[in-house]
Design a protein around this ligand. Sequence first.
Ligand code: SAM
Length: 296
Amino acid sequence: MRAVVVGARGEQARDLEGEAYARVEAVAEPMWAALGRHAGAPVRAVAVDAFARHATLSLADPARPGLRLTPAEFEAFVDVIAPVARAIRAELFVRTPDVAGAGPGEARFWDPLFAADAGGWELGRAAPPLVAWFSEHVPKGMQALVPGCGRGHEARLLAALEATVTAIDLSPTAIAQAQAMTPPGLAITFAVQDLFTRIGQRPAFDLVVEHTCFCAIDPARRDDYVTAVADSLRPGGMLVGLFYAHGRTGGPPFTTDRAEVERRFAPRFAIEQLEVAQGSTLIRHRQELFAVMRRR
Ligand SMILES: C[S@@+](CC[C@H](N)C(=O)[O-])C[C@H]1O[C@@H](n2cnc3c(N)ncnc32)[C@H](O)[C@@H]1O
């Protein structure tokens, strides 16, 4: 099977054979059944845009190359396409080996991943569910904090909507890349800072935006995460974010679920919205929770 994944680093393609083929094929059966019937032709190859959610899945057989789904068809079949996208990506994505002895609480864990452009989380843009939400809830004039900002996609989203943004990350490499990617004129202060150093500091923000920071920290520090973001917010300030609930063991990214988010955040936040995110990228389809919380 010819497999192509389009991700933040462009297109990766491989002919999946042997065990790799068997692993993907095992997951792909429901998709073949659904789309084979739909297309009226056998399917031989698949191309998925792992980081988007539109009609980029194409199926082809030698007789009918280039069959492409319309956006409506894509949405109709996304539940069977998403597991295949994840399986293909798992075959094609090779993560840089972890630095021996380094943990996710250390810059030396993250720096090489940014330097090698090997971060499996990298969307190359702000997460679509956050883009959608902030287009309707414009954060104009707010003081916003983005913890674990990485290359700064969410920071730029907020600043483009006229928030004043402080974007922090443990990794000097991430911050340097974020600064290099940010056009002049956006109100963003990027800083190399450990989120946990914000515990007990003067609350200075109206908004905290979470995107793959909570899942990146050691799960043993999750209550510290809640304290750090709550202490950063003025009373009534909002936490808006995505919580990765992929259900696999290990990490980072470390999974969570709705019950854990409620249990940990409820002491400091009124949870106004917590539901399966709409419009997630294909590989995170139905695996992230969208949350809006207000600091008590
Ligand atoms: C999975 S990456 C996500 C980056 C970015 N949010 C994105 O989605 O593209 C997690 C980021 O959190 C940062 N990080 C981890 N622990 C942190 C902490 N205690 N304080 C600040 N940043 C942290 C890492 O350096 C890394 O850049």
